[in-house]
Write a protein that binds this ligand. Structure first.
Ligand SMILES: Nc1ncnc2c1ncn2[C@@H]1O[C@H](COP(=O)(O)OP(=O)(O)OP(=O)(O)O)[C@@H](O)[C@H]1O
Ligand SMILES: [Mg+2]
Length: 265
């Protein structure tokens, strides 16, 4: 569904994305992992269009996006979470969700009477609140929500457009164990409730979460794909183990360990 080929991004002398090939299948949770500075966030920015690429191809359902501006990629079916910055803090959860569904669906109801249109939009907004388990916060002002609930609202805004692919860059960052567990549950729930229509590309450092959630995993090291496969294949891959074990054993000097691992490719 998403097919990336030969993707290239340079920052001066540094090649942050080095001829990356990656494909995401419909409905799968695809995790992107790798050490700090491996180029995970850069790759997500290239996909969403936040950063221009220096070469390669990004196709969504056969449509080339590489030169498209971000809003056209959204129209093509991409959506990403912006880590709370897309939330209107002074508005309630309900108002935030209504604005999001109105932005994406109002055209489908343009022949409806105003009252029916409002009712339809409210139903869609309520469905979203249910999908991210925020029904009980319906009338809460978004800015007063706890951090974890704000992240859930952010996810709801990102899926309001019914995207084909949702990009999540460290959705559990800054969360305590209870909030992390809820977000993990939410991501699993999204997959189940969506009946395999929406795929998720997930960047996450917590390996337990990754192995629990991901159908397939791509490992990036120094901007290059080190390995790509099922969670079981990646877990058993000695090259991947070298990168991660090296980091744990020598937490203060991750660089030599990662280089060693790359040398084994
Ligand atoms: N705007 C930029 N200008 C210059 N260099 C950049 C820029 N953005 C990222 N880089 C560099 O590109 C490399 C990849 O960075 P990126 O943020 O994509 O890594 P990451 O895998 O997301 O890391 P982390 O796990 O720490 O979030 C790093 O060496 C980083 O310093
Ligand atoms: Mg990052």
């Amino acid at each position: 569904m998403l097919r990336i080929q030969g993707l290239l991004k340079r920052f001066g002398a540094l090649t942050a994305t080095d001829h990356v090939d990656l494909d995401v299948r419909p409905g799968e949770i695809h995790a992107l992992i790798g050490p700090n500075g491996a180029g995970k966030s850069t790759l997500v920015h290239l996909i969403s269009g936040l950063l221009p690429a220096d070469g390669g191809s990004i196709e969504l359902d056969g449509q080339e996006l590489i030169n498209q501006p971000p809003h056209q990629r959204v129209a093509a079916g991409l959506s990403r979470c912006f880590q709370i910055t897309s939330i209107f803090a002074q508005l309630t959860v309900a108002e935030n969700l209504l604005l999001a569904v109105q932005a994406h669906h109002s055209n489908s109801f343009r022949w409806f009477k105003q009252r029916d249109k409002d009712a339809q939009l409210k139903t869609l907004a309520w469905d979203l609140a249910q999908r991210v388990q925020l029904q009980e916060r319906w009338n809460t002002v978004a800015g007063t929500l706890p951090h974890g609930a704000q992240r859930k609202l952010d996810v709801a805004l990102a899926i309001a457009a019914s995207p084909k692919l949702l990009l999540l860059d460290e959705p559990m960052a800054g969360m305590g164990p209870a909030e992390s567990a809820e977000m993990l549950e939410l991501i699993e729930q999204l997959r189940r409730s969506d009946a395999g229509r929406m795929a998720i590309l997930l960047i996450e450092h917590d390996m337990d979460a990754v192995f629990q959630l991901a159908d397939r995993i791509t490992v990036l090291v120094y901007g290059k794909v080190l390995a790509q496969g099922s969670a079981a294949e990646i877990q058993a891959d000695p090259r991947v183990q070298a990168v991660y074990l090296g980091q744990e054993e020598d937490a203060h000097h991750p660089e030599p360990a990662a280089q060693q691992a790359e040398g084994t490719v």
